[in-house]
Design a binder for this molecule. Structure first.
Ligand code: NAD
Ligand code: WQD
Length: 340
C-alpha cells in the first residue's frame, strides 16, 4: 500500500515509517515540523535504503493535505499521528490543542473523502481511560479525560467513529498507545523532545548523560508494590509494528475498531530506574519528591484484543527499551540538532 503518515517526522511516525518500508509499503509524510526535524526522515532512509518524500505542511489546512494527495500515485491509507501532545501545555493552551488536534482530523477526513481514500489509523492514547481503577484496561471500559490533550483524543475517537458509521466506505482503526519508550536499535532515530523532557524515559536519558543535574521520582506513597507509579512501557519498535498490523486490518474491515497497544505488563518508576541502571551499567542517584499533579497510580493495558484480532503482540522487554533509549541518547546527545 501507499501510506500517508501525517506527523510522520515525529517520534512514533518515524519508527512506523521504518516498519512500513520494511514490510514493503510505500510511505509519504506530511508534517509541519512543529515538533520534529526533517533529519528523522533522512535517518529513516539511512536505515531502510528507501527515500521518504516529505511535504512540509499543516494538517489543519486542506490545501496542504491536497498537496500530499496530489504528490505521486494514489494514497491507499493514512496513519494520522499529527498532533500536539504535551499534557501540561494543553492545560495552559487548551484552544491551541483543541483547534490543532481536531481541525487536523476534520480537514484530513474531508480531503480523504474527496480523493477516494477510505482507510485511516488514528493515534489515540491510554489517557482516554481517565481515572479508571480496574486494571488491566480493556477497550470497552468507560472513558473520560482529565486534561485538554486527553479530551482531544477522546473527541477525535468520537468523530472518527461517527464518520465511519455514516460512511460505508470509511475504515477506521483507533490505536490507544500506552507509554512508548526506547528507540530504533540502530540509534539513528529516537525521541527528541524540545526543552526539558516531561516524560520519564527521555528525562532519565538526559540525566544519565549529565545534561540534567537532578532527577526526582515523583511520589513514593502510591498504593503500589514500591510506592511509585506503575505504567505499561512499550518499545516504540513494537508499537511501530502494531501499525503495520492495524493497516492490514483497516484495508479489509469497514466501520471503526479500537485497540490497545501495550504489553500488558505494569512496571513501576523505580523498576524502570533500576532496569536502566542494570541494562546500561550506570547509576542514577535520584531523590524522591512529591506526587506530580494529575498522575494516576497504576495504568496498564489488556492487549488481548490486538493479539486476537490484529495478530500483534509486543515482543521487546524492559532491558531492550532501556538499552535502545540510551544508545540513541549517547549517539545523538543533542537529538537531531546539529546532526551529520
Ligand atoms: P511527536 O510530537 O514526535 O510527533 C507528532 C508530529 O506531528 C510532529 O512531527 C509534529 O511536528 C507534527 N504535527 C503536529 N501538529 C501538526 C499539524 N497540525 N500538521 C502537521 N504536522 C503536525 O509525537 P509522537 O510521540 O510521535 O506522537 C505521535 C502521535 O501519537 C500524537 O498524536 C500523540 O498524541 C500520540 N500519542 C503519543 C504518545 C507518546 O507518549 N509519545 C502516547 C499516546 C499517543
Ligand atoms: C510516568 C511516570 C511520572 C518524569 C504521559 C501522558 C500520556 C501519554 C504518555 C500521550 C509518572 C514519573 C516522570 C520524572 C518521574 N502521552 N516521572 N520523574 O504520565 O504515564 O503518560 O505520556 O498520549 O497521556 O500523560 O508518562 O513518562 O510522563 O510519567 O517520577 O522526571 O514517571 O510522575 O509517574 P505518563 P510519563
Amino acid at each position: 500500500m501507499r501510506v500517508l503518515l501525517t506527523g510522520g517526522a515525529g517520534y512514533i511516525g518515524s519508527h512506523t515509517a521504518v516498519s512500513l518500508l520494511e514490510a514493503g509499503h510505500d510511505v509519504i509524510v506530511l508534517d509541519n515540523l512543529s515538533n520534529s526535524s526533517p533529519e528523522s526522515l533522512r535517518r529513516v532512509q539511512r536505515i531502510t535504503g528507501h527515500e521518504v518524500p516529505l511535504i512540509i505542511g499543516d494538517c489543519t489546512r486542506q490545501e496542504d493535505l491536497e498537496k500530499a494527495f496530489q504528490c505521486g500515485s494514489r494514497i491507499d491509507a493514512v496513519i494520522h499521528f499529527a498532533g500536539l501532545k504535551a499534557v501540561g501545555e494543553s492545560v495552559s493552551m487548551p484552544l491551541d490543542y483543541y483547534s490543532n488536534n481536531l481541525d487536523a482530523t476534520f480537514s484530513l477526513l474531508r480531503v480523504m473523502k474527496k480523493n477516494g481514500c477510505g482507510a485511516i489509523v488514528f493515534s489515540s492514547s491510554a489517557t482516554v481511560y481517565g481515572t479508571n481503577e480496574t486494571m488491566p484496561l480493556r477497550e470497552d471500559f468507560p472513558t473520560g479525560c482529565t486534561n485538554p490533550y486527553g479530551w482531544t483524543k477522546w473527541m477525535n475517537e468520537r468523530v472518527l467513529t461517527d464518520c465511519a458509521h455514516a460512511d460505508p466506505e470509511l475504515r477506521v482503526v483507533i490505536l490507544r498507545y500506552f507509554n512508548p519508550v526506547g528507540a530504533h536499535p540502530s540509534g539513528e532515530i529516537g525521541e527528541d523532545p524540545n526543552g526539558i523532557p516531561n516524560n520519564l524515559m527521555p528525562y532519565v536519558c538526559q540525566f544519565a548523560s549529565g545534561k540534567l543535574k537532578t532527577f526526582t521520582v515523583n511520589g513514593n506513597d502510591y498504593p503500589t508494590r514500591d510506592g511509585t507509579c506503575i505504567r505499561d512501557f512499550i518499545h516504540v519498535c513494537d508499537l511501530a509494528e502494531g501499525h503495520v498490523s492495524a493497516l492490514a486490518y483497516a484495508a479489509e474491515h469497514r466501520g471503526a475498531e479500537v485497540f490497545n497497544l501495550g504489553t500488558g505488563n505494569g512496571y513501576s518508576v523505580l523498576e524502570i530506574v533500576h532496569a536502566f541502571e542494570k541494562a546500561n551499567g550506570l547509576e542514577l542517584p535520584f531523590r524522591f519528591g512529591p506526587r506530580r499533579a494529575g498522575d494516576i497510580a497504576v495504568c496498564y493495558a489488556n492487549p488481548e484484543k490486538a493479539e486476537r484480532v490484529l495478530h500483534w503482540h509486543a515482543k521487546r522487554g524492559l532491558e531492550e527499551m532501556c538499552r535502545d533509549a540510551w544508545h540513541w541518547q549517547t549517539k545523538n546527545p543533542n537529538g537531531f540538532r546539529g546532526a551529520q
